[in-house]
Design a protein around this ligand. Structure first.
Ligand SMILES: [Zn+2]
Length: 322
């Protein structure tokens, strides 16, 4: 059997890292949650994106403070498993970790509210290790508008455009999951670097505002970006969700945008329901078997499981230590 390294572009596991909580330990195998260090390794995830999700209750005030608290929980947790897991911040780091026994981690923020309207805060978050930013969650903020009220609405604000330009300068991934259509197209034309959609699916197969239209998929292809297809049943089909129906989304993106623009964005620990057979990160192997059952060859599966996201990371992240 071919050994595939896996890149997963989105999980919400940091929300479980609260030191006050005593029913979850990232360094041990847990019966709750969808992933932890032993299960990441068993599932052969080589690079896991860890999102700091800015809860809605902090969107009007306290967003940065909350973001920093999550970041502290993350680093405190990582201190306990430094020998097994490394946070990557550059192309150099990425190369080193990918060729080692360690698992790589990439820090992202989900919700531009954390910037509290200041480019200086973006730069400080970068210095603290953040390498990806989801401009919005589902609501409007001072960067753009999320899909919470549908895909229509206004695009990027002047501040949103400024943030993208500075992210390009710094070497951060622009993540367009959750953003509305106008913001999506504005961001693609503003960004000098390829963008990602860390977790979303295909609207032609599941008509949900969080999913991407074929027009968006073609724009993503032109921008040389990648979408991480997500395992959340609600974004896969309206009923009787199966791994087969999730595989349909992979086939569709490959048909519309090409094989170079899709990957995984599980949303593990951010979802209340899972697909039968895809209950946690250890089950990703079954999904990979399914891809080969759908006729993807080894080189194509290698692009889906890691190659496409690695290509974007190698072109976006800063070269060496910063
Ligand atoms: Zn999300």
């Amino acid at each position: 059997m071919t050994y595939y390294q896996i890149v997963d572009a989105h999980c919400d596991t940091v929300s479980l890292f609260d030191p006050q909580s005593n029913n979850y330990d990232f360094t041990m195998r847990n019966t709750t949650g969808h992933l932890d260090l032993p299960r990441l390794q068993e599932g052969r995830v080589k690079l896991q994106f860890f999102a700091l999700y800015i809860k809605e209750e902090y969107s009007k005030s306290g967003a940065l403070r909350y973001c920093l608290r999550l970041l502290d929980h993350y680093y405190e947790t990582m201190n306990q498993c430094r020998d097994k897991l490394q946070t990557i911040s550059s192309v150099d780091d990425l190369k080193k970790v990918m060729n080692s026994q360690k698992t790589a981690a990439l820090l992202s923020v989900e919700g531009g509210e954390a910037l509290e309207g200041e480019i200086a805060i973006l730069r400080m978050l970068f210095r603290l290790g953040i390498r990806s930013l989801g401009l919005t969650w589902n609501h409007q903020n001072d960067l753009a508008t999320g899909v919470g009220n549908g895909v229509q609405g206004e695009g990027l604000t002047p501040f949103g455009r400024q943030v993208i330009r500075e992210m390009n300068n710094l070497g951060m991934l622009v993540d367009l999951a959750h953003i509305n259509e106008a913001g999506f197209y504005d961001a693609i034309s503003e960004s000098r670097a390829p963008v990602i959609i860390s977790h979303a699916n295909v609207r032609a197969l599941c008509d949900h505002p969080r999913n991407l239209s074929d027009h968006q998929l073609r724009a993503l292809k032109n921008a040389n970006g990648v979408v991480g297809l997500t395992f959340y049943p609600e974004f896969v089909a309206s009923h009787e969700v199966t791994i087969g129906k999730l595989l349909d989304h992979f086939v569709h993106v490959a048909d519309v945008a090409g094989i170079d623009h899709l990957g995984f964005g599980s949303d593990f620990d951010g979802i209340e329901q899972v697909i039968d057979g895809l209950e946690d990160v250890t089950k990703i192997a079954g999904l990979i078997d399914g891809l080969s059952g759908r006729g993807f060859n080894e080189a194509e599966i290698e692009k889906i499981t890691s190659g496409n996201f690695l290509r974007v990371l190698n072109s976006v992240l800063p070269a060496g230590s910063v």
